[in-house]
Design a protein around this ligand. Structure first.
Ligand code: GLV
Length: 387
């Protein structure tokens, strides 16, 4: 058994175990992947301030996200097709998250349905909504999430049309995979994955298949989004969805102070500063660089969370020190899931937790509420304020 000490260990095993098309789906950014790369390289530009001779006893990473207690302010981000990374992937990830004490967010484009995840978990999870042209379908999705007792609705605002990821097109990405010569050759080397997949019924988009009529190809993410997602989504529609839901709402995909102010106006409970992991607008600024201006605009009135680029506990620490009150991991937990199923997601959370806890201590901080800009060393030219 390999000794897993860092997220990259899980990534290496993940790459070996999971069919190439799903590995590529995770590891892609849109077009040139500039934003995808800068999400992580901008974190690397920040440094932590080492402090000594501070009593390190009685430490805790516990905190709150939208009023819910969390073992650390790190939620699992909504990731489409998670159940293709490992059989019953969303159920496995949700179970790992609930045992660890962090929120799990189920994507609209998940493989396991809302009901399938609810049946196998004991604590409420969050549901991420993509808005569709078919308003009835959106209404039904919301009702299903309510019936499953989801405790927050995460509305994604930065994917009304899909940014192009070259590898997905070249691989013919679909769920389940279409059996072309290339796919079969690759699947033939992924026995464990295949056998586990044969053992589950969850192999298509569970929230969609059987719930909407007249879809031309429900297995093809690109075709589905182009055909069904609502390109006319605007703040008025967001306000209506919020009203329909009636519970906590988190708006995901805010990368601009003006949009953050609009999110505040519609009464969101939190926003997620995000560029969709560099998968949508290539050429957009990294999330961590845009965080300060968004905090300046709305930080004292709304919870500001961040995703895109977090691969370690040190990254979490940097985001929290800069002022975010919550963070999300997507790829980092998917590596664990693909590598080792539920145990791999738990391992990813343990790795990040330990990195956060020890790094906080070495910065002379014992609890999350003590984190502030003092912990960070920020280069003078580190800014999202470009003209
Ligand atoms: C969907 O959320 C994607 O980024 O593929």
């Amino acid at each position: 058994m390999a000794v897993i000490t860092e997220i990259n260990d899980l990534k290496r095993i993940y790459e070996r175990r999971v069919p190439r098309m799903f590995y590529d789906y995770t590891e892609s950014g849109s077009w040139t992947e500039q934003t995808f790369r800068e999400n992580t390289s901008d974190f690397d530009q920040l440094r932590l301030r080492q402090r000594v001779a501070v009593d390190m006893t009685g430490r805790s990473t516990a905190g709150k996200m939208i009023g819910q207690d969390v073992t650390m302010p790190v939620a699992l981000a909504p990731v489409g097709l998670t159940g293709m990374q490992h059989a019953d992937g969303e159920i496995k990830a949700a179970k790992a998250a609930e045992e660890f004490g962090v929120p799990f967010t189920l994507s609209t484009m998940s493989i396991c349905s809302i009901e399938a995840v609810a049946e196998k978990t004991t604590k409420p999870f969050w549901f991420q909504l993509y808005t569709m042209k078919d308003e009835d379908f959106v209404r039904r999705l919301i009702e299903r999430a309510k019936a499953a007792k989801c405790s927050a609705l995460v509305i994604t605002l930065d994917l009304q049309i899909l940014g192009q990821r070259h590898k997905d097109l070249k691989n013919g990405l679909s769920a389940p995979p279409k059996l072309t010569a290339k796919t079969i050759a690759n699947l033939a080397t992924k026995w464990t994955w295949g056998l586990q997949m044969l053992g589950t019924k969850n192999r298509g988009f569970g929230n969609i298949v059987g719930h909407v009529d007249g879809i031309s190809d429900a297995a093809d993410l690109g075709a589905w989004t182009a055909e069904q997602f609502d390109p006319a989504l605007d703040w008025g529609k967001i306000a209506k969805i919020k009203e329909m839901w009636g519970g906590k709402v988190i708006l995901k995909g805010i990368l601009d102070a003006e949009d953050a102010k609009m999110a505040l106006k519609v009464g969101a409970d939190a926003i997620i500063v995000s560029n969709h992991g560099g998968r949508q607008l290539d050429g957009a600024m990294s999330s961590i660089k845009m965080l300060p201006s968004i905090l300046d605009a709305v930080g004292d009135q709304i919870e500001v969370h961040l995703d895109s680029g977090i691969r370690s506990g040190q990254d979490v620490l940097k985001a929290l020190a800069m002022g975010a009150s919550g963070t999300y991991i997507g790829r980092a937990f998917v590596y664990g899931l693909g590598a080792m199923g539920q145990a791999g997601v738990t391992r990813a959370l343990e790795v990040i937790h330990k990195e956060l806890d020890v790094s906080m201590a070495l910065c002379g901080k014992r609890v999350i509420s003590e984190l502030d800009q003092d912990v960070l060393l920020v280069p003078k030219d580190f800014s999202g304020d470009w003209r």
